[in-house]
Design a protein around this ligand. Structure first.
Ligand code: SAM
Length: 1008
């Protein structure tokens, strides 16, 4: 259908979907979404918005935000399978999208070699025309075709081309397909083929996301949808919403968050002309600063070399020898260039000269690995270690610092606390600072690349240091007054204590040495343009006393980011970048433009002061103190506070720590309730909220129920998406994924009792699990036998159903749930919300029938039988963690599941085999006593031990209650044996074969 024709068929009637349930309230392809999220996460610095500031931790993936916004706008119809298909088309998850997402699309000749086509010229242009047969496949080894050139016909619709390419793609599981492909957002034309199908299903006439989103907005809300995020952080959610075509309101307490969000709107989505202008502005700024640095002559050696990196270390006096010793955790300067530092004793002055040796042998490099600060041999505490006249002296760093215990039990030390006008150590400070090496660079003759040299520090270098220091001394007060460099105190805190405690640094500018203050200060002071300024402050991340020198990175070594983690760690040695090297870390790698043409507002605002109306709120609130944004980002706020560019001048340049929502206790709940209450007031009556939070432990659910309740919301669905990458998991992170809680406004003041609620929860859970399992079955073809939902998703639906039932009511058993929600908790108390949620999860687990088992059989089995069969099912799919066994044991009410376990290791747990059971667990005390499963396992044990089949059957008839009286018992034994055979195939082939023999023997047994 062409565009005009589509417009005629359009059913975009304002408010026609006003009351329709949203797709995300019914379904979400969470498994596929998790694979896409993983792909985006693994792109690291290749993620779209990361280039604006990788110092922002905890970005929510864009693809997740896209799923939330789209899922909230699309309606759920009575054809869930088609709804799912359309959603996947829009997410770039369908087969034809994968043809476009391929990293390399197949060439016409490859297509012709593989596919059968009656008339290949319907698709390809052949030159010369007679050089090829009429049909394909083509045997290209035939010399007659050597001259043929083939190309796609220009008039061939893209969809047709993709259809053919898709046939050549390997049939891989979804996760592997995603890994082998590009992300949808990297392929601008990925959705070109979807619009006819989408419009036919939705009654729209769109040819792009902004058109679709506008039309859906009109159908649901009467206008283009307005999406708000009041905890916008780095802007991932609002950026994606805007890119899709929504009007967006973004706010955050933290001005750095607002700056990054603003940058997403105004840099990443800027037109090519705008980007060019930005590049020119940045270049001009760097040139101006360079001119000043060159005028001072502090980064050049006067012989054609320019300094790339200055390497500094702390120096301290050894209390045992009176020697000044450079504190170097290693003497290796550069692994790649094989450069080491040698400490040359100067006995007269009781200090060391630092000589630099290049191109040393492997043995020398190894010998240099251990420096003067080591933690070897005596536990973890670091020591200053050096040798004078053949004798080694060791002094604990804590002794050097003069650590002591204060009367209040906290630790203190003898480091002097620096004052506001300090920018370098005073002569009598315990920790001095010393330049010990410079990496120089100059263009090679070819002019394109550089040669590098690491050199020891000379008298001229020291003179240049003095010029820098004099310059900073002269300008510091003035620059601080103007806001060019920070004058802000470091408020103590969880993360901000470290620089104070380990160095005595009390103000943010103390985290920068004189050179860094000079270069950063000039860049910061002379940059009046918001876009360029984002790049300028970003570069401070790699030019601070906290920027570690990485000796084996990037060839010769590299100066690292302060925010390589979420702390403010101090180092004994660090690198300081020359301007040229610093400027290379600006806004160079901004990815392709993403056009945004909607209204985007950004403000610094406390979430409970939100004053913008919106149809959808998609938020990722601070949960569980994962990142201390309000502390660590003061590192940047300090540079912007007094001197923001005009674009950010109206924002509050303060982290307002006390207003940040944090912790997990009462304050946290109160803060969250106030924020969500305000959002609910600002939300359209038929609006939706998607609230994201990381899933850490079961107790969260009760917290969330309480928050949502008190905010006047009602949960309508919950989904679990795996958002952590493998590396985060390996690092011991227990945060595994993100829960999406979908909520609507609660209407009315409904009341219920706890007993009724339990029934309601049971019904909700069963209906929900059934609906999702049904979709699993229906989508078999579409999903190539993978599941739309796995067990964990179905379990999640248990939580969701519980919350849905609970949060529908304002009063339960006469109790006002809103007041209950903010009631202070007694430690260890189990609230009745906790009990109901546990009940719901257990109900959900009971509904999880393994595939291949009839529900009628399942209903007849005991808890222990269900447990064994469910866990075998999971083992066959590779799940082996003990806590899984624990959870299901609880759900199936198995008292002593250990009796059924062959191995109880945390990550290698497994059930007992038939042989391991032997004759155990047959007696009355066992939870398997008298069960069909136990009888079957007993038979397998005997068959594996080569007992005669006749005898095995005789024992079976004895072990199965009422074997001859109730003929359905036999049928059940057969079904169980078949199930065991199937699941054991990959785990224990011998036992599987015994199960097959048993099934056959019972089938063929003559009864009566
Ligand atoms: C988990 S982060 C959001 C991350 C974001 N979704 C992203 O992808 O970058 C939570 C945000 O809430 C902000 N915040 C904390 N307390 C707040 C409050 N009371 N009002 C507004 N924002 C607050 C923090 O500054 C932080 O940016």
């Amino acid at each position: 259908m062409n565009r005009a024709a589509a417009a005629e068929h359009t059913a975009v009637v304002p408010l026609s979907l006003a009351e329709a349930p949203a797709l995300i309230e019914r379904l979400l392809p969470v498994q596929k979404l998790s694979a896409e999220v993983y792909k985006e996460r693994m792109a690291g610095s290749g993620q779209t918005l990361t280039a604006l500031g990788s110092y922002w931790k905890g970005r929510k993936p864009l693809i997740l935000a896209k799923a939330c916004v789209l899922g909230s706008l699309l309606a759920a119809t009575d054809d869930p399978k088609r709804d799912l298909e359309i959603f996947e088309l829009l997410m770039g998850m369908d087969d034809l999208s994968f043809a476009a997402r391929a990293k390399r699309r197949p060439k016409p000749k490859e297509i012709l070699a593989a596919l059968s086509l009656a008339r290949l010229r319907d698709y390809f242009k052949v030159t010369p025309d007679d050089a090829l047969t009429a049909s394909a496949p083509v045997d290209w080894s035939n010399p007659a075709f050597a001259k043929a050139k083939v190309a796609w016909r220009a008039d061939l619709p893209e969809r047709e081309r993709r259809r053919m390419e898709e046939q050549l793609m390997p049939r891989l599981p979804y996760r592997e397909r995603v890994q082998a492909s590009r992300r949808p957002e990297e392929v601008p034309e990925v959705h070109d083929h979807v619009w006819d199908e989408v419009n036919a299903h939705l009654g729209t006439s769109a040819r792009s996301f902004p058109e679709l989103v506008e039309q859906l907005g009109i159908m649901r809300f009467g206008h283009r949808p307005r999406v708000a995020d009041t905890f916008c952080g780095s802007g991932q959610i609002p950026f994606e919403a805007a890119r899709l075509g929504c009007d967006v309101y973004a706010s955050d307490l933290n001005p750095v968050a607002c700056m990054l969000t603003w940058g997403a709107f105004h840099i990443v989505s800027a037109s090519p002309e705008r980007r060019e202008r930005l590049a020119r502005d940045q270049q001009a700024l760097v040139e101006t600063v360079q001119a000043e640095i060159d005028r001072l002559g502090v980064e050049t050696d006067g012989k054609g070399w320019r300094a790339k990196v200055f390497l500094y270390c702390v120096e301290a006096r050894c209390p045992q020898t009176g020697w000044m010793v450079p504190l170097l955790p290693t003497r290796v300067v550069s692994k790649g260039y094989r450069v080491i530092a040698e400490l040359v004793p100067d006995a007269k002055r009781k200090r060391y000269d630092v000589a630099i040796r290049t191109d040393v042998s492997a043995a020398d490099l190894e010998a240099a690995a251990a420096g003067t600060v080591r933690s070897d041999g005596r536990g973890q505490a670091p020591y200053l270690i050096h040798t004078v006249d053949g004798r080694e002296y060791r002094t604990k760093i804590s002794t050097l610092r003069g650590d002591y215990r204060k009367p209040d039990g906290t630790n203190g030390n003898k480091l002097r606390l620096w004052e506001q006008h300090d920018f370098k150590p005073r002569e009598d400070d315990l920790f001095q600072e010393r330049l010990y090496c410079v990496q120089w660079m100059r263009p090679k003759e070819s002019g394109r690349t550089f040669e590098y040299e690491f050199r020891a520090v000379t008298a001229e270098d020291l003179e240049r240091e003095r010029i820098v220091e004099a310059y900073v001394a002269k300008h510091l007060a003035e620059w601080q007054a103007k806001g060019w460099v920070p004058d802000m105190r470091i408020e103590p805190g969880d993360k901000t204590d470290e620089p104070i405690r380990t160095r005595g640094w009390t103000h943010w500018h103390h985290l920068f040495n004189p050179r860094q203050l000079l270069v950063n200060g000039l860049l910061n002071g002379w940059c009046r343009n918001g876009r360029a300024r984002i790049g300028v402050v970003k570069s401070f991340d790699v030019n601070s006393r906290l920027s570690h020198w990485h000796r084996s990175h990037g060839g010769g070594g590299s100066v690292q980011k302060v925010f390589y983690n979420q702390a403010l760690n101090t180092f004994f040695d660090y690198g300081s970048r020359g301007l040229w090297y610093l400027a290379s870390y600006g806004l160079q790698d901004i990815p392709k433009p993403s056009r945004i043409s909607t209204l985007c507002v950004v403000e610094t605002k406390v979430a409970d002061q939100c004053s913008h109306d919106a149809d959808l709120f998609v938020t990722d609130p601070p949960y569980g103190d994962a990142v201390k944004y309000e502390e660590i980002l003061e590192f940047f706020i300090a540079w912007m506070r007094k001197n923001p560019p005009p674009e950010f001048a109206d924002w509050v340049w303060d982290s307002r720590r006390t207003l940040a929502i944090k912790g997990e206790a009462e304050d946290f709940r109160r803060g969250m309730v106030a924020a969500y209450k305000r959002m609910t007031e600002c939300m359209a009556d038929n609006g939706l909220q998607v609230l994201m939070f990381t899933h850490q432990s079961g107790s969260i659910w009760a917290d969330m129920a309480n928050i949502v309740w008190a905010a006047g919301l009602q949960v309508t669905a919950a989904w679990y998406v795996v958002t952590e990458t493998d590396s985060a998991l390996r690092a011991g992170s227990y945060v595994k994924g993100t829960v999406l809680l979908v909520c609507r406004k609660r209407k009315g003041e409904m009341k219920t009792t706890r007993d009724d609620l339990a029934w309601e929860i049971q019904e909700e859970v069963e209906a929900q699990v059934e609906a999702l399992t049904g979709l699993n079955q229906e989508a078999r073809g579409l999903y190539r036998d993978e599941n739309v939902f796995e067990d964990a998703d179905l379990q999640m639906s248990g939580y969701a159903a519980a919350l849905r039932a609970l949060t529908r009511y304002a009063r339960i058993d006469g109790r006002d749930m809103t007041a209950e929600a903010i009631r202070p908790r007694v430690k260890g108390e189990t609230t009745f919300v906790d009990v109901l949620i546990a009940f719901a999860v257990s109900t959900a687990n009971q509904c999880l029938v393994p595939q291949g088992i009839e529900r009628s059989l399942w209903n007849k089995l005991s808890g222990a039988e269900r447990f064994y069969m469910k866990m075998l099912d999971l083992e066959a799919r590779g799940a082996r963690t003990l806590d899984n066994y624990q959870n299901f044991a609880k759900a199936f009410k198995v008292r002593d599941f250990y009796a059924l376990m062959g191995d109880r290791k945390a990550n290698h747990a497994r059930l007992k085999t038939a042989a391991e059971f032997g004759r155990a667990e047959m007696g009355e005390g066992s939870e398997l006593h008298g069960s069909l499963l136990r009888a079957a396992l007993y038979a397998l044990m005997e068959l594996e031990a080569d007992v005669d089949t006749g005898q095995v059957l005789a024992h079976l008839t004895h072990n199965v209650p009422d074997y001859y009286g109730d003929l359905t018992q036999r049928e059940r034994v057969i079904a169980i044996a078949d199930f065991l055979a199937g699941r054991l195939e990959s785990l224990r082939p011998d036992e599987a074969s015994a199960a097959r023999v048993l099934a056959e023997a019972v089938r063929n047994q003559r009864v009566g």
